[in-house]
Structure formats: C-alpha cells, structure tokens
Design a protein around this ligand. Structure first.
Ligand code: BGC
Length: 865
C-alpha cells in the first residue's frame, strides 16, 4: 500500500534504505519515546513524517495466529514445541520454519514472529511446558537455532522468549527465580545462547518473572551485561505482554520496546517527567528507539511485501503445506513401547477394531494460551484411523470410555443458527452510557460466530461504549435421544445462560474468581437441562464486559482488554456405563486403539498442572480395556510428561504430543506403519511426581522459586540419583532395529580457545523395514574434577535417515568447546578442565552402548559465545 511519507510517494518498505543515524538525529524526543512502546496489541509505532512504518508481530510458536483471538483467521497449527524437539531433526525444523512459519507469517501480514519459546521443563507440571522444546538445553538450543534460521531465511524475524527462567506459570508476573549463576548459564540461558551463536534471532522477549531479585524486563545483568556485552546481541528486546513493571529501570536496563501498547507505562507525559527529573536521559531513550528502528528496517528488508501489503490476514492450505504438516507431526511421534511387535497394526488381519478413549474424537491440537489458534482444518485421531482403514474391510466400533475434560467441551460444532449455519448469532449492544450497566436494544453489529470460546480481547466493534453487551443466540444440534445435558459457562465479565428462555446458569449476580482467560475469568459454573430427542433447543447467552461481584472481591471492574465468555457442554453420562461400554467393545474386538491424554485446558498459560496423572477415570479405563483385550494400543496426547500406571500391562504405547492440524493422519501413519516412528523423547517421563528433580520446591513460596536441584535438571537428575524413569530422555522405538558400532574419536584439538573433536561411528539397520535412528552423544566430566557436574550431558547427535534393511552408514558428530565447558562462578568465565572425559553413545540416554575416552591435557577459559 503506498502512503505519503515525507511528502513523497513512498512505500513503507522504502525504510529498508533509510539511514538510521540520520533518522535518529531527526527524531524529536516525543517521537523517540513513542517508538519505545507498541500501539494496540500487535504493532510498533509508525512515524509517517519520517517514513517509519509500523511492523506487526504475531504469536508463536506452533503456528502464526494473527491479530485476533476472537474469530481469528484460521491458521496452520504445527505440533507443540516438545513434539518438534522430539524430531531431533534440525534440517526438518529449518524447512518447517521457512515453508510453514515464515510463509504463514506473510499470509497474516506479520513481520515478526513471537517465537520460539526456549524455557526449560524443570518440572513437567509447568503449564507451558508444551511450548518449549526440551528439558535439555543443548537439544533445545540446536532445535531453536534451526527454527530461527528457517523463519529468518524467509525474511521474517523471530523473537526468542521468555528470557529467562520463566519455567512455571502460577504467580508468573511476580515470582523470583532464585538460582545459581552456574545453573542459570549452563541450563536456562544455554538454549538462548546457542540460538544467539548459531542463528541470531532479531528480537528477544523478556520473561514476566524476576531472576535473582530483579524482574527480567528491568534486569541489567541479563539485558546489558549478558545479552549485549557478552553475547554481542544487536537486535531488539521487547517485554512480554503487560510484563513491564516500571519505566526508568526498564529503559535503563535495556528494554527497548514495551508491549503491548494498551495500558502502557511509556507515555509521553510520564517519560518526559522522568527526563526532567534526570531519572532517565534522552540519550538512553534514543538508544532504545534506535534498536526498534533497526528492527523495523530488518523487517522492511526481509519481507518488504508484508509492509507494502494490504495488512489482511489470509488462510491458504496447499497440498505441499498439508503434506509437510503431516510429515513433521509423524516425525515427532514417539513409540514408547511395542511388545511382541503389536505395532504396526495390519488391517487385513483385523476384522474388528475398537477405538476408545476421550481424546479419540476430541479437538486436541495444541496447548492453550497465546500458542493456541484456530486451525484451518483438523483431523481427529478417530477420523485419521477411519480414513486409513478405508477399504480394508475392518469393522470399527467406538466408545468415549471416560471423561477427560477440565472444562466442558466446546460446542463449536454443536451450535447452529436458525437458518442452519454452523455457529450462533452475536448482536453487540451499546449501553446507555460508558458507565451504565443497561444495554440498549439497538444492535450496532450482528455477526455469525462459529466459536463458543469467545475471547474478545480488543476486537470490539467501532463505536461501542466502554461497557457493552454481546447477546449470543443459537440452537443446539438436536440429539437422537432424550437426555440430560450439562452446560458450563465461564466468563471474564459476567454472563447468563438461558435455554428455551429458562435461566440455566447465572454467572452474573455472584461470581467465583477463576483462572481462565489469562487469569481474569471466573470458575466454570454449571447447570443441566433436559433435552428432547430431535428438538432444536434455543440457546441464549447474555454477556457483558463488566465483571460481577465475588465473595471477598466486590469490585465490578470493566474487562477492557480481555473480556471473554465460554460456553461448553456435554450429555450427562453415567461414568460406570461409559467405562463398561468401552470394555465390552474391547472384548469383542481383535485390537483396541485407546486415545487418551490432556488438552489445552490442562496445559496452558497462566496456571500449572497439579498432577501428572491422566484426568478422571482414564487410567482405570486403560487398565480395564487392556485386561479385556491383549492387543490394546494406547495413544497418548500431552505436551509434557504424564504418568502411566498401566504401562507394563499394555503391549504398545504411542506418544503423540499435540500434533496440530494433521493429528489424526499422522497418528494413523504410525499405527499402520506408513511411517516408521523415529521420534525420541525431548523430556523424561517419570514414574512418580516425587521423582521429579524440582519436587517439593517447584512452587512460588512467598514469591520465591528456589531452583534447588541446581544443574540436575531432567535426565541429569535421574542419572545422578540413580532413579529409573518411566521412559528416559531420548527414548523412542522403531519398527526396525539398529546396531551402533565402531566408535572412534579424533584427537582433541585446542587452538585459540576453541575445541574440536570428531566422534564417528557406524549405524546399521538390522531389522526388516527401512527406518531412521538418532545416535546420541553424551559427555561425562573428567573423573578428577573437584566440582560437581551432571554425570552425562547431551552434546551432540546425528539423525540417520531412511536406512534400508541391512544398510550401514558411517556418521560423524562434531563436538566444540560447549561440549567440555562449565561456568566457573569463581572466575566469571567459561572454563574447560584438564582431565579424562568420557564419551557415551547410544539411542537413548538410558541405552548408551558405546564408550570411549579422550584427554584434555591443558585446560582453558573463554568468554563471549
Ligand atoms: C505470552 C507471550 C505471548 C504474548 C502475546 C503473553 O501472555 O507470555 O508468550 O507472546 O502474550 O500474546
């Protein structure tokens, strides 16, 4: 789009050629201040007179949502980051970054992606564990580098986040992550450091929390000393959304951009007052503005078509993108167990297959929070399996078996307008005045809304009053039998549900504060209604953006930036009968596929999980079904670890994470052998919560989270304490077998404070089908070290692709100084000790079959990256 800049016809992308120093000199102080804060939720500030365009940012990480939480443009949803980590395939991740993420950002008219997330799963209960790649900093850092490289090679920027030690959700704006500098450097900063070294993200997003006493967004140690001075980062640093907690400390510490622009601290009035008071000087403001300008310029250079485009958000699925979504999903699936080669299933040998489990037909495609998006298409596991069996002659039976939702399931596909269109009709009403609670009858906007979790955020119609009402009217899809139906209504604001004119839920008069809608919603209130077979029952939800009074909090605050309402529901079922129906189907079938797990309500932003156990009666369902049918295959869906008390009594377990649009197809590809699994766990699955490294000190206590497990995170803890996990980090089976042999090490070379050693070995496919295997290289510290170190640390790997049966390949893994360095707190440098190091190689952290040693005769120190 051409705009008038500098009285000339200029395209926004002409800023690509601007001389930043000159622009800076021309900027008024007010303009410089304005550049250091966003505009609205998703844009930087534009200055037309100087030809400075605004750039649009968008979440991240498992797709590009676009600007709208409400009625968003449908998008491609990729597997969750833990799944991406489980591919152990940087080449594939780079391809995905370029072909799926950068392209998708362009379709959304966004120049900068708010991803990747590189925090560490110090505890799998962390609500956003699904959003980071791995518990291991090396795997995380290498996959993150590939992600960043891929996206940025498409001209779109990345924003690596959340910098740093944002490893849990409860109390996330406030808690103080207290950790040793060694753990901070060797574990929590390491993924960022590796991405900085190998891929140079254009931007960093600060974490919400404090790190050793100071909020990350105003932490000069992190933002100045480390990021700028040591790592030589020359890009832009932005805050997390509403994660700026002061003005001059953040400006001085190096936070370039406050996001979002609503409710901002960096107003002209306030910052000018601080300048007058010499709390901050203009030079600092201009320095912050400069980083923003350089970022804008990179965007203009990288993808000028985005800045010059029409700003629209589009959905385009091509056969190639759909194929790649399916491929990356299948590549991330981990075959945890396969006794007696029950898998792959052979449809021609199976007359009847029972599909059971609450996740089989549910829409489970990603974790929740800002990572969630509206998928452009979605294949449920049930649909994928049915499709794969098409033509095989196998009969398929189905039972939900148990209930597993945290909040009542969405009614997205159950609600219809009077004219039969999917969705319900929303009418927006102004109130008598901004301060009034009384809506006017007049409709200022009417629209069909095809979602029943409605997070309005800032997407209100123009001309609406500060307080407003949205009335939602639809009809529930008729049932084929009389039944009792249970509804659930959650709201950030206040809402009432009427069915056929009868008040069924009042979440208005008195409320209970809850966790939904990023922590400002109510508890889900429930109510039941008797539905008649074949009848179209009228549904009306009245929703107002002013929250109701609650016990202990009579405040009727206006939800100005985050109002939302969610209606869910399901037929009331007797849980014994439900379980029994699955068991009786299992008895009659030749094989059972049980699809179970969590969903975006269990794993999300704003709160942590409280248990590793699967919800409701899921464990009991699996145990009973497995007892009824010895060919029971369990497919688990979760973004992080879960416990499996039944794991020894089922022959096969397939861990399918959250896989995005292609979930069902990818799962079927693995179940029926179209894809030979090669995914490897990106985090440890413990046997019990008590075994988790941070057990007992995971929570924020009086605002403090003590990282008492120190360096012993993930598998490092299990190995150090000799605790057998349920499934170890790096574990993952195949339909073929591999043998590793002939481990050789080159002589270690050290020059100019760099280290190099080449590990080589042979990998042979000893089974009967083609397959891929990951040779993992772990380093043991010198036996003579006076310091404590984790017994083994992953420092390299090589994924051997598509080896034919009988084929053998020689592979190499190059180790650099990161493989042998630790952070010396005493000297404030990275240090390499002299001594004899161990090298262990295998196909899982608990299956290290080859071993060698090498010696470093003279230690050395280094700084920087
Ligand atoms: C999340 C960020 C996200 C931002 C914008 C925050 O709540 O922590 O990861 O990028 O919102 O949606």
């Amino acid at each position: 789009m051409m705009r008038c800049f500098l009285d000339k016809q200029m395209a926004p992308s002409d800023f690509a050629k601007a001389n930043i120093e000159q622009v800076l000199n021309t900027l008024t102080t007010d303009e410089a201040i304005s550049l250091t804060a966003g505009v609205g939720f998703w844009h930087t500030h534009a200055i037309e007179r100087l030809g400075i365009p605004a750039v649009k940012v968008s979440d991240g990480p498992n797709g590009i949502r676009g600007n709208h939480f409400f009625m968003g443009t449908p998008a491609k949803c990729l597997p969750s980051s833990t799944a991406i980590g489980a591919t152990w395939d940087p080449k594939l991740v780079e391809e995905v970054g370029l072909k799926l993420l950068a392209e998708e950002a362009k379709l959304r008219s966004a120049s900068l992606v708010l991803a990747p997330t590189c925090n560490i799963q110090r505890n799998p209960l962390g609500g956003r564990s699904f959003e980071s790649f791995s518990e291991d900093p090396f795997l995380s850092g290498i996959i993150a580098s590939a992600y960043v490289k891929g996206v940025q090679s498409g001209g779109i920027g990345t924003t690596i986040k959340h910098f740093v030690a944002n490893d849990k959700e409860d109390d996330r704006m406030a808690y103080d992550s207290i950790l040793s500098e060694r753990a901070l450097r060797e574990i929590y900063l390491m993924p960022f450091m590796l991405a900085q070294k190998h891929a140079q993200p254009w931007a960093y997003m600060t974490a919400y929390n404090r790190v050793n006493g100071t909020h990350a967004s105003e932490n000069a140690f992190l933002l100045k000393k480390l990021l700028r001075d040591e790592w030589k980062f020359d890009g832009m640093v932005m805050s997390d959304w509403f994660g700026t907690f002061g003005v001059d400390p953040a400006l001085k510490a190096g936070l370039d951009l406050e996001m979002p622009g609503t409710n901002k601290w960096r107003t002209l009035d306030y910052v000018n007052r601080l300048i007058v008071a010499r709390k901050v000087n203009v030079r600092t403001i201009k320095q912050r503005a400069k980083q923003v300008l350089e970022l804008v310029q990179k965007c203009a250079q990288g993808a000028p078509e985005v800045l010059d485009g029409d700003g629209a958000e589009r959905t385009v699925d091509t056969p190639e993108s759909t194929e790649l979504l399916r491929k990356v999903a299948a590549e991330s699936i981990v075959l945890l167990r396969n006794e007696n080669s029950v898998l792959p299933l052979k449809p021609q040998e199976l007359k009847k297959i029972a599909i059971v489990g609450p996740n089989a037909k549910a829409i489970v495609l990603s974790g929740g929070g800002s990572a969630a998006l509206k998928a452009s298409f979605f294949i449920t596991p049930f649909e994928g399996i049915v499709k794969a069996l098409d033509g095989s002659g196998a009969e398929i039976t189905y039972s939900e078996g148990a209930r597993a939702y945290k909040t009542m399931p969405s009614l997205d596909y159950e609600m219809f307008t009077a004219s039969g269109q999917r969705g319900w009709v929303g009418t927006w009403h102004k109130h008598e005045s901004d301060d009034s609670l009384v809506p006017l009858d007049e409709v200022i906007q009417e629209q069909v809304i095809d979602e029943t979790r409605i997070f309005i955020s800032l997407s209100t119609p123009p001309g609406i009053t500060k307080r407003w009402t949205l009335k939602l009217r639809g009809q529930l899809k008729p049932r084929d039998k009389d039944c009792k139906f249970e509804f659930g209504l959650t709201v950030a604001g206040r809402a009432k549900l009427f069915v056929d004119g009868n008040l069924v839920i009042d979440n208005w008069t008195r409320q209970r504060r809850g966790e939904d809608f990023f922590g400002v919603g109510t508890v889900e209130e429930k109510g039941t209604y008797d539905l008649k077979a074949g009848a179209k029952h009228d549904i009306l939800v009245e929703f107002c953006n002013v929250r109701g009074p609650a016990d202990g909090d009579e405040d009727e605050a206006v939800m100005d930036s985050n109002p939302g309402v969610r209606l869910g529901g399901a037929e009331v079922e007797d849980s014994d009968a439900l379980l029994e129906s699955a068991v009786s189907l299992a008895k009659e079938a030749d094989a059972v596929i049980a699809v179970v797990g969590l969903n975006a309500d269990w794993e999300t932003e704003g709160y942590d999980r409280t248990t590793l156990a699967l919800p409701g009666r899921t464990d009991e369902l699996i145990a009973k079904v497995a007892a009824a049918n010895k060919n029971t295959v369990v497919v688990t869906q979760s973004g992080s670890a879960i416990t499996m008390p039944w794991s020894d009594s089922v022959p096969a377990i397939v861990h399918a994470w959250y896989l995005g649009n292609a979930s069902g197809d990818a799962i079927a590809d693995v179940l029926f052998g179209k894809h030979n699994p090669s995914g490897k766990l990106s985090l440890t699955f413990p046997k019990r919560e008590e075994d988790i490294p941070s057990f007992g000190h995971f929570h924020s206590e009086d605002g403090k989270v003590r990282y008492a497990e120190d360096l012993y995170v993930g598998y490092k803890h299990y190995q150090h304490r000799n605790i057998a996990p349920l499934y170890a980090f790096g574990h993952g089976l195949s339909y073929t077998t591999f043998s590793l042999s002939n481990l050789q090490l080159s002589a270690p070379s050290i020059s100019n404070n760099e280290f190099n050693l080449v590990v080589s070995l042979n990998v042979a496919n000893t089974g009967s089908v083609a397959g891929s295997e990951v040779a993992q290289v772990y380093i043991a510290p010198p036996t003579t070290s006076a310091l404590s170190h984790p017994p083994l640390q992953l420092k390299g790997w090589n994924k051997v692709r598509d080896l034919a049966p009988g084929q053998e390949e020689k592979i190499e893994v190059v180790l650099d100084k990161y493989a042998v360095s630790y952070w010396s707190e005493d000297r404030g440098v990275w240090a390499v000790e002299k001594g004899v190091y161990g090298v262990k190689v295998g196909t899982s952290s608990d299956k290290l079959v080859l071993e060698e040693i090498f010696e470093i005769k003279d230690g050395f120190e280094w700084t920087g990256i």
